[in-house]
Write a protein that binds this ligand. Structure first.
Ligand SMILES: C[S@@+](CC[C@H](N)C(=O)[O-])C[C@H]1O[C@@H](n2cnc3c(N)ncnc32)[C@H](O)[C@@H]1O
Length: 312
């Protein structure tokens, strides 16, 4: 049973409480895990619903997706009944997610007509038809974007963070943001804050200011809706641990795979468009140019992937 004390600064009690808690992933962070020598990567070119059926139950730690919303942005962005289609992959995602896992979904709140979908449709569906719990809605704010004359120019998107149970893994320490020197001095004087955590940096909060990729951004590999590495990196570090399995079944350019190779996570990627392979190779070349290690193990299929990533 937890020992309670009014002081937030009694580290001996805090440590004892932590030790008393069971040894689940809930209380671990990245330092508790060995980083695999090489990440295992599996790329599949097929429809996401067929792909998901091949993944074992509760085998994935993080699902990170940026789905199409039927906004007619591209050829792949067209479905007759959006939520009926989305329900198929949402239900499968729930099945494959581990009890300590998280699912994050990028989107916006901007429907066009009855056929299009948005994040509100997805939230409504998961709330009423699944056992997912919503932990945070992250506002991704950016300063760069299209100009507008008939409405206020859009400068944010949303990312919802869903979990299957309260046992979810969350490594805040790995994504804390450093204080400026002046703010650190003030924060260390603030009696409400735990000085040990203050020294580690601030909670990044649920409003993230990270610019979108411009057309001429050095990170661009050619995909029209490619997401910035910085935002994917924060999600991967906080919600998955070294050696765990990350899944993106709308992989696009494979930004998630790039981050997994760098951060020592195993990664399953799927996209209906085979250009994923070309884009991913471009990501690897960019990593190489930055002096990052790009050694990874390629799994030819799902069976090989799980044979080599899951330890008995
Ligand atoms: C918004 S993009 C993802 C971009 C990605 N996050 C990145 O950083 O590059 C959505 C992707 O979903 C893919 N897609 C659309 N419908 C699909 C389906 N039914 N199955 C698999 N992939 C699909 C598209 O080909 C597109 O590349």
């Amino acid at each position: 049973m937890a020992i309670h004390n009014k002081s937030h600064y009694n580290h001996a009690l805090m440590t004892l409480n932590k030790m008393n808690k069971d040894n689940t992933l809930k209380y671990k962070n990245s330092t508790d895990f060995e980083i695999p020598e090489k990440s295992m990567i599996c790329l599949s070119i097929m429809d996401c619903c067929d792909f998901l059926k091949t993944i074992p139950d509760e085998s994935v730690q993080l699902i990170c997706i940026d789905p199409p919303y039927n906004l007619e942005l591209a050829g792949w962005d067209t479905y007759d009944n959006y939520i009926e289609w989305a329900a198929k992959w949402l239900n499968e995602a729930f099945r494959v997610l581990s009890k300590t896992g998280s699912m994050v979904i990028f989107g916006g709140i901007q429907f066009r007509n009855a056929k299009s979908g948005d994040l509100i449709d997805i939230i409504h569906y998961v709330r009423n038809n699944t056992k997912f719990k919503l932990v945070n809605t992250i506002i991704w704010r950016y300063k760069n974007g299209m100009s507008a004359h008939r409405y206020f120019a859009n400068r944010h998107e949303e990312v919802i963070w869903l979990v299957k149970s309260n046992e979810y893994y969350f490594d805040l320490d790995s994504v804390r943001v450093p204080y400026s020197d002046d703010d650190l001095k003030l924060a260390l004087k603030d009696k409400r804050l735990n000085p040990e955590n203050t020294l580690k940096g601030k909670n990044p909060t649920n409003v993230w200011e990270i610019n979108r990729l411009n057309g001429n951004s050095k990170e661009r590999v050619g995909h029209p809706t490619q997401k910035p590495v910085e935002i994917i990196e924060r999600l991967v570090k906080a919600l998955s641990y070294p050696g765990s399995i990350v899944l993106d079944f709308f992989a696009g350019s494979g930004t998630i795979g790039r981050v997994c190779v760098k951060e020592g996570r195993h990664c399953l990627m799927c996209d209906s468009d085979s250009t994923l392979i070309e884009y991913f190779n471009k990501h690897l070349k960019l990593m190489q140019a930055l002096g990052q290690n790009i050694d990874y193990l390629k799994a030819e299929n799902i069976t090989d992937f799980f044979k080599n990533t899951i330890k008995e």
